[in-house]
Design a protein around this ligand. Sequence first.
Ligand SMILES: Cc1cc2nc3c(=O)[nH]c(=O)nc-3n(C[C@H](O)[C@H](O)[C@H](O)COP(=O)(O)OP(=O)(O)OC[C@H]3O[C@@H](n4cnc5c(N)ncnc54)[C@H](O)[C@@H]3O)c2cc1C
Length: 364
Amino acid sequence: MDLRDSPDEAAFRAGVQDWLAANLPAEPGKEWSRRLYDAGYVGLTWPTEYGGFGAPYSHQAIVLEEFARAQAPNHMNVIALGMAGPTIMAWGTEEQKQRYLAKMLTAEEIWCQGFSEPEAGSDLAAVRTRIEETDDGFVVNGQKVWSSYAHLADFCILVGLGDPSAPRYKGLTYVIVDMKAPGVEVRPLRQLTGESDFNEIFLTDVHVPRENLLGGVGDGWSVAMTTLLHERGTLGFALGGALDAQVHRLVALAKERAPGDPIVRDRVAEEWVELQALKLTNNRALTSLMETGIPGPEGSVSKLHYSEQNQRLTKLAMEILEGEDDGYWRYQQLRSRGNTIEAGTSEILRNIIAERVLGLPRSR
Ligand SMILES: Cc1cc2nc3c(=O)[nH]c(=O)nc-3n(C[C@H](O)[C@H](O)[C@H](O)COP(=O)(O)OP(=O)(O)OC[C@H]3O[C@@H](n4cnc5c(N)ncnc54)[C@H](O)[C@@H]3O)c2cc1C
């Protein structure tokens, strides 16, 4: 594997960097998201018939890396681009693809993910939200929690229990819920950082038309696995870029506040070495993605590595600052707590790595 950019990739990367230099700073939101699409930086690998650009995965990786490194605001449809879109591409009917995909890229329709429930997080098969079949579709009743963007969303990818009498994993059904439908109530939750990015969703007799079913009745587990594979699959490059930016800030902070401290120097150097390890893992993931088109288990390694390292280095920055709030690092430290929970907790990721990467016996 040659880790250097090819001439085509180098030219593409330079174009991304020039565009970012000309367009930053920017406010996150729908307008920014639309500008990203118009510039050709959203849906790079998606097929052109659904609004994408049919570009290689390496270009997608470059965009994620450069945007994270420049600390540019994300496209606001992160759930659609990373999860709902790839799932509809894999399982959706042609009508569903035509109906939903292009509007995800332009941020005309925002998506959220309704998987977690008060009694079902890591163990998705334990969801209790009921999806009952009717003559013309389904009726949904239950509660979801921690749904990022639900307060802004038009649609939700939702996993529920279709058949309570079926064996575990076989009773789940996966539907697209219109967040404006009668019976959908969103209640924002307040986070440690003071922000309200995620929500509870209460569903009372919500009618879901049959054409909003993804896969078949009872296929919910398999469809959900596609969603989760993609959630971690391409995330690694963005995480590598984000960590790159954090390590550079940490180096600058250490130079300014603790230039002669040998212990700080040692710990900062360790963070830099860990960053290189993450980048190499990401390159390995990219190679297998380009060969197979399917994200591999390396995504779990990158996510675990990033979230634990980010917590450690924000803690080091706060130590260097001796607890002073400089407006950046304290927020980063508080936000980093959620990193080891969202998109699979560290314990769950260690289980996945043990079983699917290292081939150790199953934990249960
Ligand atoms: C910032 C943020 C955004 C989120 N956004 C969304 C979203 O948009 N949509 C959505 O559906 N969910 C979302 N979540 C929820 C997230 O997916 C869950 O919090 C996560 O899956 C863990 O589930 P839980 O909170 O129920 O914890 P639990 O599953 O109850 O876990 C509790 C503890 O037990 C450990 N544990 C559980 N099972 C095992 C096991 N088998 N082996 C070893 N240890 C185990 C866990 O690691 C954890 O430490 C978000 C969470 C956060 C923090």
